[in-house]
Design a protein around this ligand. Structure first.
Ligand code: ZN
Length: 150
């Protein structure tokens, strides 16, 4: 690349992408700028080299093998399915853990509860209704009243 201001247009000139006006400006400039003429000659030689390049031939057996191979998206499909299941399982585990932690904070502290809800449900006569410091859940009261009715 040379320091001439036209050098930035030489690539697009070579590719035939300049407007007619710019193309005639570049052609007028090329007549008296040896640096740009040399750079354009370089582009022409480089294009000739690429045009002469012949891509390597692939053996027919290799082409058949490639054609019979399942596409990459099928090969990766199973892996993506397993990955998404793993992600869903992790999300459920996190949500369940968070819910359990939340439930433990909301639950009646064991130290201040008069008796455990399960023991009251099993032996309703233990229920001390005069103690109103920490109310028992409604289902415990329901179970206790059902036990008393029997
Ligand atoms: Zn120039």
């Amino acid at each position: 690349m040379n320091a001439c201001t036209y050098s930035t247009m030489l690539g697009t000139y070579h590719d035939g992408e300049l407007s007619a006006e710019d193309r005639s400006k570049v052609e007028a400039h090329l007549a008296h700028c040896p640096a740009c003429a040399a750079e354009l000659e370089h582009y022409v030689r480089l294009s000739g080299t690429f045009a002469a390049f012949e891509p390597p031939r692939i053996a027919p057996e290799a082409l058949r093998r490639i054609a019979n191979e399942p596409p990459v998206w099928v090969q990766r499909g199973y892996l993506r399915f397993v990955e998404s299941l793993t992600g869903i399982a992790a999300a459920i585990l996190l949500a369940a853990s968070g819910w359990m932690i939340y439930q433990q904070r909301v639950a009646i502290p064991v130290a201040t509860a008069p008796t455990s809800a399960l023991s009251v449900a099993m032996n309703p006569e233990q229920l001390d209704t005069s103690d109103t410091r920490t109310p028992l859940p409604d289902w415990v009261d329901d179970l206790a009243s059902q036990q008393r009715a029997e």
